[in-house]
Write a protein that binds this ligand. Structure first.
Ligand SMILES: C[S@@+](CC[C@H](N)C(=O)[O-])C[C@H]1O[C@@H](n2cnc3c(N)ncnc32)[C@H](O)[C@@H]1O
Length: 274
């Protein structure tokens, strides 16, 4: 299944900023606690975007891990490289299309991660097969356990309030989201089939919006035409603005009723060992 999806950097960075400003929990802390990346490790971050996870691991290991971030968006890779220069980091940001063979040798990485990205893959067996191939095999002689894969993505109950407001505003069905519709089923099952051991972890983050405006910023950064996920709901700029207007009216009604808007992100983390 080919999924036509793009992520404009302004939308991605806006959503990350809103999670940080209004969230009750920190996904970075959860990720580091779960993975505990170590200096000396070789890490591959697939669909790295502007480098959020790559920089997180770089900071956590105090620059001691050898980190490669791969993405097919040159716009996002440029942002990541600019941050490398700003922070004096040496993360290797390079072009990688996860629907194509990864340009790395077998048994290379200790950890392969992908945050909110790899579930857009067209052929899950192929892409997770590539992740498995480039991870280190367990080695009884040296006592090395196998390389680990970590994939995060939305669980089906993610952002219920966001979808409920859009449903009430439009009366229309929500287009299927490749992440939440595939994560717990196809994606977990594919990884479980290929890897020796697979666990599902869960992270919850309550985003409390103290006014309607930042919620609408979040809606705009999710429904943007360039992302191509929501285009069944509008055709062109005028229809897009009319749609946002309807969503804003319902969000105001909910806000007046409840005194706040609370959206819960429910994220799954699949952790697998080769
Ligand atoms: C929601 S963003 C997440 C980015 C980053 N991991 C983060 O947590 O901020 C999804 C990323 O997947 C990337 N992506 C989508 N399809 C891809 C493909 N076929 N190959 C590589 N990257 C892809 C997008 O360019 C984007 O950077």
């Amino acid at each position: 299944m080919k999924i036509d999806y793009q992520e404009p950097s302004k939308d991605l960075l806006m959503r990350i900023d809103i999670h940080e400003k209004y969230g009750s929990a920190n996904i970075d802390v959860w990720t580091n606690d779960l993975l505990k990346p170590q200096a000396g490790m070789k890490i591959l971050d697939v669909g790295c975007g502007a480098g959020k996870l790559s920089f997180l691991f770089n900071e956590y290991t105090k620059g001691g891990a050898q980190i490669t971030g791969g993405d097919f968006s040159e716009e996002l890779l440029e942002k990541a490289r600019a941050k490398n220069s700003e922070t004096g980091s040496t993360i290797d940001f390079q072009f990688l299309d996860f629907n194509q063979p990864f340009k790395f040798a077998d048994n290379t990485f200790d950890l392969c991660t992908s945050a909110f990205a790899i579930y857009y893959a067209s052929d899950l067996d192929f892409t997770f097969g590539e992740a498995h191939r480039v991870l280190r095999s367990p080695d009884a002689v040296s006592g090395n356990t196998g390389g680990r894969l970590f994939v995060s993505g939305p669980l089906p109950e993610n952002k219920q309030m966001f979808y409920d407001i859009i449903k009430e505003a439009t009366g229309a069905a929500i287009p299927p989201m490749p992440g939440s519709s595939r994560f717990k089923g196809d994606i977990f099952n594919t990884i479980d089939k290929i890897f020796a051991k697979t666990e599902l972890h869960k992270f919850e983050n309550h985003l409390t919006f103290p006014e309607v405006a930042p919620f609408i910023d979040y809606v705009r950064a999710s429904l943007g035409e360039d992302r191509k996920l929501w285009t069944s709901m509008f055709n062109g700029k005028d229809e897009y603005e009319a749609l946002i207007g309807k969503i804003e009216a319902v969000a105001k009604k909910w806000f007046d009723r409840d005194g706040k808007l609370v959206m819960t992100k429910v994220v799954g983390g699949i952790l697998a060992t080769k």
